[in-house]
Design a protein around this ligand. Structure first.
Ligand SMILES: O=P(O)(O)OC[C@H]1O[C@](O)(CO)[C@@H](O)[C@@H]1O
Length: 335
């Protein structure tokens, strides 16, 4: 019962190693440009916008870089641009062909903005159109929800933007980033069994709420929108942890499972309150705690949590008779 997603998950560590080895000098040149820019735009769709949310929130917590995130069509239609503005636009897309993101890349080029694309397809339109193309070295990915293209894309964004930032602990974070392939290799082995059991326990649930704070919100977005909805064909909804008490609290019932991502950020004070509240109501909560998986700069937590979550989603799909990498209505690039 090994689905394609299984092999692609296993290829995550080497994809990261190859990408860092081959793309580092191009990423350094973008970091240099980032350090001189007034504003950074990050644009993507689906799994590829979740990486933008995570790195934006990690940067907000640690430095004063001006970063805005847009979906492809929001940037295309709803972002006022100015000729000659001193900004950099980074486009994320595993396929390099998603129409929304490609249209916004062409628009940024028309305004003379320095465009950077991060894509896994060397011959794709986004790699050809961007001023600086960065190619994640994953080889072809087929699983719709994105595994190796997710971790490499996210790692590239952290590398580029933290290197170009004035975060006081940037060197320490970039050093931790180098260890991520080894950590992921280990987590792939150590987190499978527990998450398989969890998936069996939760296999009949219809909906999952996914909560996180800071950079974990981006991953809770991916978990809900692509891993659970596209991969496991379950209803799911991402929520910032603190928003729990502004809506979801009224739907908190025994039969509604909530997945919490908790890293130990100051802002996780509010995640803890939601966890406590859920326990008191005997909700079906699943709590992923960073300290159970790795001892690294907390801002990198999405690169850690994604591995146990991949196992959870992989087996959730399997126990429901679904291939976690298959698509029902949309191919990776067609729409
Ligand atoms: O990263 P790309 O190739 O631009 O793809 C965006 C796609 O990401 C997904 O979330 C997962 O591949 C799809 O929903 C969406 O079509």
């Amino acid at each position: 019962m090994n689905y394609k997603m299984y092999d692609e998950m296993m290829e995550q560590p080497d994809s990261l190693r190859r990408t860092f080895a081959s793309e580092m000098s191009k990423m350094d040149s973008v970091s240099e440009a980032v350090s001189k820019a007034d504003k950074i735009y990050l644009i993507g769709c689906g799994s590829s916008i979740s990486t933008c949310y995570s790195v934006r929130d990690a940067l907000r917590m640690s430095c004063d870089m001006s970063v805005e995130v847009f979906t492809g069509y929001e940037f295309y239609y709803n972002k006022k641009l100015t000729d000659g503005e001193n900004s950099i636009a980074i486009f994320t897309s595993q396929s390099g062909e998603t129409a929304d993101t490609l249209a916004s890349l062409k628009r940024a080029n028309e305004y003379g903005i320095h465009t950077v694309s991060i894509s896994n397809e060397p011959d794709s339109s986004m790699i050809k159109e961007a001023k600086t193309p960065i190619i994640t070295q994953c080889e072809r990915e087929t699983a719709i929800l994105g595994t190796k293209t997710y971790v490499t894309q996210l790692a590239c964004l952290y590398q580029i933007l933290f290197k170009g930032s004035n975060y006081g602990k940037a060197d320490e974070l970039l050093d931790d980033l180098k260890h991520i392939p080894d950590i992921i290799e280990e987590l792939l082995k150590t987190t499978e069994e527990d998450n398989k059991k969890l998936a069996e326990e939760f296999k009949d649930e219809d909906i999952f709420y996914c909560l996180g704070s800071g950079p974990n919100f981006g991953l809770s977005f991916k978990l809900a929108m692509t891993m659970l909805m596209e991969g496991a064909i379950k209803h799911a909804c991402p929520v910032y942890s603190a928003e729990f008490r502004h809506g979801l609290i009224e739907r908190a019932e025994k039969d509604v499972p909530i997945i919490f991502l908790r890293s130990g950020f100051e802002s996780d004070e509010i995640t803890d309150k939601a966890i406590e509240f859920s326990k008191n109501l005997e909700l079906k909560s699943i709590v992923y705690n960073l300290e159970d998986y790795a001892d690294i700069n907390l801002l990198l937590s999405p690169l850690i949590f994604v591995v146990p979550l991949e196992w959870f989603v992989y087996y959730l799909a399997h126990f429901n008779g679904e291939d976690p990498g298959a698509t029902r209505h949309i191919g990776k690039v067609r729409y």
